[in-house]
Design a protein around this ligand. Structure first.
Ligand code: ADP
Ligand code: MG
Length: 237
């Protein structure tokens, strides 16, 4: 435990919460500690990711342990992989015909970018990763759609749930990405709606942000009860 804190200090990781799992020393530890499949480590290597970034070191083990996460780390610090990696490791594909992970992004560009990153990381495995495009929101038969991970902006997701009977009741992971921006853009109601739609009592919620305004802190408090709070670097940079 002392060693955990030495590592955290070294990487500028600040945590609060009870029983916080040890940070990763390397990507290889995903294999030794969590029996991560080789394809994922191969994909990391292929993408030139040699070492986990600080937020990845701490957020991945926390999400793998099934705990909720409230994470703040600067833009460009690798938050996408921090939530995609545990989702890929935890979702056993081929089990259910249901959407099992939802990533909410503030803008179409960010949603498209997150989808691309997600697909790169899942390369070689039969995961169905879908971006909620305008066409999909309007015309998909969601009862038949094969989709493990759905990435969307708030308005399109709300539309699909309300008007197109998109069922999120079996979602196991809900990620609110760039939640500071989600707020700035005024998506509070949609966030609330999506959170309610992901009605599975064992859904693991996580909140990622580049800054920590009070609005985000408040949201974290209302949405999560035993979350591990992870902050990399200083609060408002
Ligand atoms: P954030 O969401 O924190 O702004 P991103 O997840 O978009 O950051 O990642 C920023 C960039 O860093 C991306 O180009 C991504 O491919 C790259 N990246 C992610 N993880 C690593 C890593 N462990 N090593 C090197 N580069 C990484
Ligand atoms: Mg991001």
């Amino acid at each position: 435990l002392e060693w955990d804190n030495i590592l955290r200090k070294k990487y500028g990781i600040h945590v609060s919460g009870s029983h916080v799992p040890s940070p990763l020393q390397s990507f290889d530890e995903l294999k030794t500690r969590y029996k991560c499949k080789s394809y994922l480590l191969r994909n990391f290597a292929e993408l030139g990711y040699v070492e986990p970034t600080p937020i990845q070191r701490q957020a991945i083990p926390v999400l793998l342990s099934g705990r909720e996460v409230f994470a703040c780390a600067p833009t460009g610090s690798g938050k996408t992989l921090a939530f995609v990696c545990p989702i890929l490791m935890k979702l056993k594909h081929g089990l259910k015909n249901a959407i099992r992970a939802v990533v909410l992004c503030p803008t179409r560009e960010l949603a498209a970018q997150t989808t691309r990153e997600c697909k790169k990381l899942a390369e070689g495995k039969k995961f169905y990763i879908k971006l909620m495009t305008k066409e999909l929101a309007r015309s998909a038969d969601f009862s038949k759609l094969r989709c493990d991970i759905l990435v969307s902006t708030p308005l399109r997701l709300e539309f699909a749930i309300l008007k197109r009977k998109l069922d999120l009741s079996r979602v196991e992971f809900l990620v609110l990405d760039e939640s500071d921006k989600l707020f700035e853009l005024g998506f509070v109601e949609q966030i609330d709606f999506v959170v309610k739609a992901c009605s599975n009592p064992s859904v693991v919620r996580s909140l990622f942000s580049a800054t920590l305004p009070d609005t985000v802190e408040d949201l974290a408090r209302t949405l999560m009860h035993d979350a591990v709070r992870i902050i990399v670097g200083r609060k408002n940079t």
